[in-house]
Design a protein around this ligand. Structure first.
Ligand SMILES: NC(=O)c1ccc[n+]([C@@H]2O[C@H](COP(=O)([O-])OP(=O)(O)OC[C@H]3O[C@@H](n4cnc5c(N)ncnc54)[C@H](O)[C@@H]3O)[C@@H](O)[C@H]2O)c1
Length: 329
């Protein structure tokens, strides 16, 4: 099969591509390498992908460039498209809303429309647990109301689900939206808690702890996310709906404080904490129900928080050592 991954230089896209390059499929990737966070990390991920025997076919392109997408899809005739490119981040949507409208609304519409025109067999796209807002019916099931997103980020992802629904019903395009729950692991994003905490603790700087660390998150290890996406890619279509929404989470939430403790234990350093109040748009708790994906796709998360954090810190130390050496030369 021909598989296209958008956002391939991003955290999840990179891991998915790395895994799929070991299969018999032909893997294509696009990413605009924007500077929302350190572009060198995105480039390093691409370099890592190129170490594979089988190479990824990569294009540095924008989802907003529909002309390119039309030509590209016409030529390659993809079987599966996995749309991971987006403006991620909950807090940044308060500072830079434009980026969310361009990348998540216009960009997503372009992918949806070219998938329809060139008859992609299955469009899989990233949604988010943020669509549940502060819904308190835990664990959060896919059929709960999602009418009260708390930030523009969640509103754009919710719009993606609605746009996909209309295309699935009118044009018979098969779409599956995946609501990821706080993904963490090696090669993770510098704007997320695990990276910021580790960096600041090692640098002997204060770590900002909102809401006294009382937030609860369904932290999900990257390998479990990739495993879930692969289950959706390779499952038989028979018996599956044309339009589907699935949670991919761990199903066992933890307090941010416990997450931080695990990081301190691994680093063997006590964090210097700066307590900050609850931020605008913050969700207090996420806890995914994974019944639907477990039942229909035999998904089962495997990685404990302890193991996942250790893997991240091992990677972080190695990655930064190499960079330090490079900077000295
Ligand atoms: N990481 C998480 O915890 C998490 C949780 C829920 C949902 N998600 C969603 O999963 C997807 C992947 O997240 P991630 O953590 O890998 O984020 P990421 O920012 O690391 O990856 C996104 C990649 O897409 C690229 N990109 C963004 N806009 C683009 C555009 N218009 N055209 C081309 N490339 C573009 C970026 O350069 C980046 O490399 C996103 O849609 C995100 O909203 C992530």
């Amino acid at each position: 099969m021909k598989i296209l991954i958008t956002g391939v230089a991003g955290f999840i896209g990179f891991h998915l591509a790395n895994n799929l390059l070991k299969t018999q499929n032909k893997i294509y990737g696009i990413d605009n390498l924007n500077d929302y966070y350190d572009v060198n990390l995105k480039k390093a991920r691409l370099k890592e992908l190129n170490k594979n025997k089988k190479k990824i076919i990569f294009y540095k392109k924008n989802l907003e460039d529909k002309k390119f997408l039309l030509k590209f899809f016409k030529k390659e005739k993809f079987d599966i498209v996995i749309n991971l490119a987006a403006q991620a981040g909950v807090r940044y949507s308060i500072i830079n809303p434009d980026s969310y409208i361009q990348r998540n609304i216009i960009g997503f519409y372009n992918i949806l429309d070219v998938s329809r025109i060139y008859r992609v067999k299955h469009l899989i796209y990233a949604s988010t647990s943020s669509v549940y807002g502060n819904n308190k019916s835990y664990p959060l099931k896919e059929n709960l109301s999602t009418q009260q997103p708390l930030q523009l980020y969640a509103a754009t992802k919710l719009s993606n689900e609605l746009m996909a629904h209309s295309y699935s019903s009118i044009f018979n395009l098969r779409t599956t939206g995946l609501r990821f729950f706080t993904v963490y692991g090696p090669w993770g994003r510098p704007d997320m808690a695990l990276y910021i905490f580790t960096k600041n603790i090692l640098g002997k700087k204060f770590i900002p702890l909102f809401n006294r660390g009382s937030h609860v998150r369904d932290f999900t290890y990257i390998d479990d996310i990739v495993y879930g996406i692969k289950k959706v890619i390779f499952s038989k279509k028979k018996g599956k709906k044309n339009y589907e929404i699935l949670n991919i989470g761990n199903g066992k939430p933890n307090h941010l404080k416990r997450y931080l403790k695990e990081i301190e234990k691994n680093l063997k350093i006590k964090a210097k904490i700066k307590n900050l109040p609850l931020q605008d748009g913050d969700i207090i708790k996420t806890h995914s129900s994974i019944i639907k994906i477990s039942k229909n796709y035999a998904y089962k998360p495997k990685t404990s928080l302890k193991e996942g954090i250790k893997n991240f810190i091992d990677w972080y130390r190695k990655y930064n050592k190499v960079n330090e050496r490079k900077n000295k030369i």
